[in-house]
Unconditional design. Structure first.
Length: 592
């Protein structure tokens, strides 16, 4: 073995040792690989074996002791070269897809010198991530002219944007026309819209046309609102479903299409009860409710509060413990698809009520109705709950107790609500603190918040000396230094109103739900969203600022309530026969 071959062999072993350590290849496969013919073929050879260029880039960075670009921080400049060039400049790094290729390094260095970027450190970037960043931050064509762009090139450009967004756990991609000839590209990450860059209007128009006609099979009408959907393969192991919505918007004297793409099934990791970060008592309640043979479980909260994820997690837990049941969901749209379950998507020609009627003829055991948005759907859902089915659904209300009044306004009888509802569960999502840079302080060092929250039982042990946290306004490398600085990810808050005998009696007596809520909080028989939020404050997961941004003021539901105010319509409590009510519903369902 010559000296050069021996050196190549040593570098190759370092790469494969890292790949073996990360479980990307087996030790046997690594040991059986012949030595690469040259240094610049080390990476292509490893990618052929590993099938994961991101993992190879990480192994190369480890072997050479250089930076590996995997995530772009907000506010840090990315400057791309041409579409055929395998490098880009990021911060003070010159990121190259193959840092073993001396010729490539020379070209990249010459380009950086011509662009007057100053001295840059050599770093590595995977080819796939380079393509994604080029789609978001780079030029479309070598000459910067997009007038002649065809649909195929526009679609390739859009594909890289989607891959880039999926890697960042983006929930929605926005293409928003401005009053100039540019369109803002924005990502919604952890509930916050963040501008990525501006793209040319003609490129945007080509992307809208190509995705609607080629992917969604929809003829484009620029003056009409249109919807479409398609599946997209992110890589060999992951595919997602996208929903596309376009709507005409005025741009000076012209009309352009605003396009929003929702990424469904991009992050399925949270569809697991053990990963939702629930309080142990709340997790036990959800598991208990899911084990019931019948009844109605209603999750409530605003759009984007994580209701679908929580219901999916509960469904998966139910299926894992009792797979021999018929599980069926009706959703708009179907966001997560699971083995062992059937999923139906509502459309213009198939409403929730129509789908629910049809599903009841298919011998279901557990049903998920995505939303009870009208009287007919709510009525059918409760009839199913009364006749031996377990029904999960959602409403849009501000808290668990408000769901009672919402159902009454949908003409669901109070007696049916009280006797057939298992629980109302309200949920919110709030921004989480970055654990790397959060700032700690004693609660009593914030006099105003100590006055408001200090009397909460959770602080009783240490009172003002309790250590809590707030976001670092400057952020760090982990959470970014600009939008959302000091925050990373989101945490869920829930409150559970179980339909206990005491709650049933109160509802049947006509107690106002808002008064019932306040009296329960006073007595300590109900833990609201603030109680769950303060649990997270003590854990250091969130700060008071994050809770205050999402919830009504802490003292709003903690005002004293007089007994004389507790009812809005005193009436005798009727003795409801669940058997008779179920029999009546059974008779009505049999006629469907």
């Amino acid at each position: 073995m010559t000296g050069n071959t021996e050196k190549i062999g040593q570098e190759q072993r370092k790469i494969y040792e890292h790949l073996v350590k990360k479980g990307k290849v087996t030790a046997q496969i690594a040991a059986s690989q012949p030595i690469s013919e040259s240094r610049d073929s080390l990476i292509p050879d490893a990618i052929r074996v590993c099938k994961d260029d991101g993992a190879v880039a990480e192994a190369v960075a480890n072997a050479l002791g250089i930076f590996n670009l995997t995530v772009v921080e907000e506010g840090v400049t990315v400057k791309c070269a041409g579409n055929a060039d395998n490098w880009l400049a990021y911060s003070n790094y010159l990121c190259i897809s193959n840092p073993y290729d001396r010729a490539l390094i020379t070209k990249a260095t010459d380009w950086a010198r011509r662009e007057e970027l100053g001295p840059l450190k050599i770093a590595v970037i995977s080819q796939s991530y380079l393509s994604q960043l080029r789609a978001v931050h780079g030029a479309v064509a070598e000459d910067g002219n997009v007038d002649g762009m065809d649909d195929k090139l526009a679609l390739q450009h859009l594909d890289e944007i989607i891959r880039h967004a999926a890697q960042l756990d983006v929930s929605d991609i926005h293409f928003q026309p401005t009053q100039t000839d540019k369109v803002d590209l924005l990502y919604r990450i952890d509930g916050i819209l963040r501008v990525q860059r501006k793209i040319d209007l003609k490129l945007h128009e080509a992307m809208v046309r190509s995705v609607m006609e080629t992917r969604c099979n929809v003829s484009v009408h620029t003056n009409a609102q249109q919807d479409g959907k398609f599946d997209f393969q992110i890589d060999q192991n992951k595919s997602i479903n996208l929903r596309v919505s376009t709507i005409p918007v005025v741009r000076k004297s012209e009309v352009s299409q605003k396009m929003v793409m929702r990424l469904l099934g991009n992050n399925t990791r949270l569809a697991n009860l053990d990963r939702l970060g629930l309080a142990p008592e709340n997790r036990e309640l959800l598991v208990k409710f899911g084990s019931y043979p019948n009844g109605m479980i209603i999750l409530t909260g605003p759009t984007g509060s994580g209701k679908t994820t929580t219901l999916s997690a509960l469904l998966l837990h139910m299926h894992s413990t009792n797979p021999n049941l018929n599980y069926h969901t009706i959703e708009d749209p179907v966001e997560l698809q699971h083995q062992g379950m059937s999923h139906t998507e509502v459309s213009v020609t198939l409403s929730f009520a129509q789908a629910l009627r049809a599903m009841l003829r298919q011998d279901p055991d557990v049903m998920l109705v995505g939303e009870m948005r009208d009287e007919e759907t709510a009525e059918l859902g409760y009839k199913a709950a009364m006749t031996g089915h377990l029904v999960l659904s959602t409403l849009h209300t501000n808290n668990a107790h408000e769901s009672i009044g919402r159902l009454e306004r949908m003409n669901i009888d109070t007696e049916i609500i009280a006797t057939n509802t298992t629980a109302f569960i309200a949920q919110r999502l709030c921004r989480a603190l970055c654990k790397n840079c959060r700032q700690e302080y004693r609660l009593k060092d914030d006099p105003e918040r100590f006055r408001i929250y200090g009397s909460h039982p959770a602080f009783s042990a240490h009172r003002g000396d309790t250590i809590v946290y707030r976001a670092n306004p400057h952020g760090c490398n982990e959470c970014g230094h600009h939008n959302g600085a000091g925050e990373k990810g989101r945490r869920g808050l829930i409150e559970v109103l179980e339909m206990t005998p005491e709650v049933q009696v109160a509802i049947l007596e006509g107690v106002n739900p808002a008064i019932l809520r306040r009296k329960q909080i006073q007595k300590g028989t109900f833990n609201d969203l603030w109680d769950d939020g303060i649990r997270l404050v003590i854990e250091g997961a969130v700060g008071f600022e994050q809770l205050e941004a999402q919830l009504k003021p802490y003292l709003y539901d903690r005002m004293e309530v007089e007994d004389s105010q507790s009812t809005h319509s005193k009436r005798p409590v009727p003795v409801v026969s669940q058997r008779n009510a179920s029999g009546e519903a059974e008779a009505q369902l049999s006629s469907l």
